[in-house]
Design a protein around this ligand. Structure first.
Ligand code: ADP
Length: 447
């Protein structure tokens, strides 16, 4: 059993992990850059260690400093949160070489799923349905044009190492292929140090549906249904919900079983998300994220489980605390991502929070590291809070979201809250009638 866990992250997700540790009687160690000396995760943890100057590359991504912080504090395990080093196989290897435990999957699973081509090949072999496209990497423009012809336009060119919506370009025709192909390669190279790309049929009206999976590393795995994350801006999620309004219980059970079986088969350990595009009743695998996702709380709400607690349990070698049969959906949950950004261009808006008031009441959860007088530093992600609501059904969850948004006060910086007020006035949001392109179209005409 762990007595002390180091959290290699900041912001709301660091608080999320500290809270789980405290409930389990485990001490927590926060790490922080010099820019985060006053951050809430530093105040809330049992101990804190400064690991470097403000830029992420010199602090939250500094593996040597993180390992040293474990050695100084006697932490036995590291929880990576999401982002930063959460999907870095080398980091996992280094942690293990120091006789520490990484709270997450094995280096091997991270490596396989981190490369989108090997991920797709692995999933295909495990019986998971995939988006039709190139067989592996596409070396040059000539081969790209051949694939475009074979599958028919539009196609999407994707960097195999890509993530966070970067390194993806759509080509609507052979004429557009040249620049799309080169841009995707260049973005792959500059953002991820790898210019390999592959090509998929571009689906024009899909929803983004992702399945939450969880394994114990010993051949047992379950699924916790789906999240619908179709409302996206620049391939980035802004509004997520569970269960998905377009998914039937039969579809959920079928695709959930395929995913759980795939994870059981590879002895997957911990939390994972298998992402699909869903169109006309068919699921198409796009990628697997081998970590806790930002939007995990909507799943926690409808199943009544604590996914971070489960991650810690299985990392300690304990069994999961539930079986597939124990997992029953209760009601409906929605999360909105509150970013410190100025509309209409979503420009980051760091600065001092003059007043912060979190909404509360039945079925409301606010995961945020904000406090009155806090200054949001300009060096990191603009996510400053996640508002999660839970209701008996979707209409109740939407009404609760509207009510909770009205109670939230974040003064001093611009946020994405006005976007959600505006979205809640749209019929399509209430009927659930949207696909992954809906929000981009809406933003063009409404902001
Ligand atoms: P990232 O790793 O950058 O998040 P993903 O592969 O998960 O990239 O894709 C992110 C989003 O990009 C999807 O949710 C979807 O909106 C869009 N997308 C990806 N692949 C396709 C495709 N074949 N057709 C249409 N849209 C796609």
């Amino acid at each position: 059993m762990f007595d002390k866990i180091l959290i290699a992250n900041r912001g709301e997700i660091a608080l999320r992990v500290i809270r789980a540790c405290r409930e389990m009687g485990i001490k927590s160690v926060a790490v922080h850059s010099t820019a985060d000396a006053d951050a809430m995760h530093v105040r809330m943890a049992d101990e804190a260690v400064c690991i470097g100057p403000p830029p992420g590359t010199e602090s939250y991504l500094n593996m040597a400093a993180l390992i040293a912080a474990c050695e100084i504090t006697g932490a036995q395990a590291i929880h990576p949160g999401y982002g930063f080093l959460s999907e870095n196989a080398n980091f996992v290897q280094i942690i293990e070489d120091h006789d520490l435990t990484f709270i997450g999957p094995t280096a091997e699973h991270i490596r396989v799923m981190g490369d989108k081509i090997t991920a797709k090949d692995t999933m295909k072999a495990l019986g998971v349905p995939c988006v039709p496209g190139s067989d592996g990497g596409v070396p040059d423009l000539e081969s790209a044009l051949k694939i475009g012809e074979e599958f028919g336009y539009p196609v999407i060119i994707k960097a195999t190492a890509g993530g966070g919506g970067k390194g993806m370009k759509v080509a609507g025709s052979a004429e557009e292929m040249k620049s799309a192909f080169q841009t995707a390669r260049a973005e792959g190279k500059s953002n991820f140090g790898n210019d390999e790309v592959y090509i998929e049929k571009y689906l024009t009206t899909p929803r983004h549906i992702e399945i939450q999976v969880f394994g114990d590393g010993k051949g047992n795995a379950v699924h916790l249904g789906e999240r619908d994350c179709s409302l996206q801006r620049r391939h980035q999620k802004v509004f997520e919900e569970a269960p998905g309004p377009a998914i039937s219980p039969e579809e959920r059970a079928a695709i959930g079983k395929v995913c759980a079986d795939a994870c059981a088969n590879i002895n997957y350990i911990g939390a994972g998300t298998i992402e699909f595009l869903y169109e006309k009743g068919e699921f198409y695998f796009i990628e697997m994220n081998t970590r806790l996702q930002v939007e995990h709380p909507v799943t926690e709400a409808i199943f009544g489980v604590d996914l971070v607690r489960e991650q810690i349990r299985v990392a300690e070698g304990m069994p999961m605390s539930f079986t597939q049969d124990d997992l029953e959906i209760n009601g409906h949950s929605i999360e909105v991502r509150i970013n410190a950004e100025r509309l209409p261009n979503f420009t980051p808006c760091p600065g001092r929070i003059s007043q912060y008031h979190a909404p509360g009441g039945l079925g409301v959860r606010m995961d945020s590291a904000l406090y009155d007088g806090y200054t949001i530093p300009p060096f990191y992600d603009s996510l400053i809070g996640k508002l999660i609501v839970h209701g008996r059904d979707r209409p109740e969850a939407l009404a609760r979201l509207n009510r909770a948004l009205g109670e939230l006060i974040v003064d001093g910086v611009d946020t994405t809250v006005p976007l959600f007020h505006a979205l809640l006035a749209e019929d399509d949001i209430h009927t659930g009638n949207y696909n992954i392109h809906w929000l981009e179209h809406w933003l063009e005409t409404n902001l």
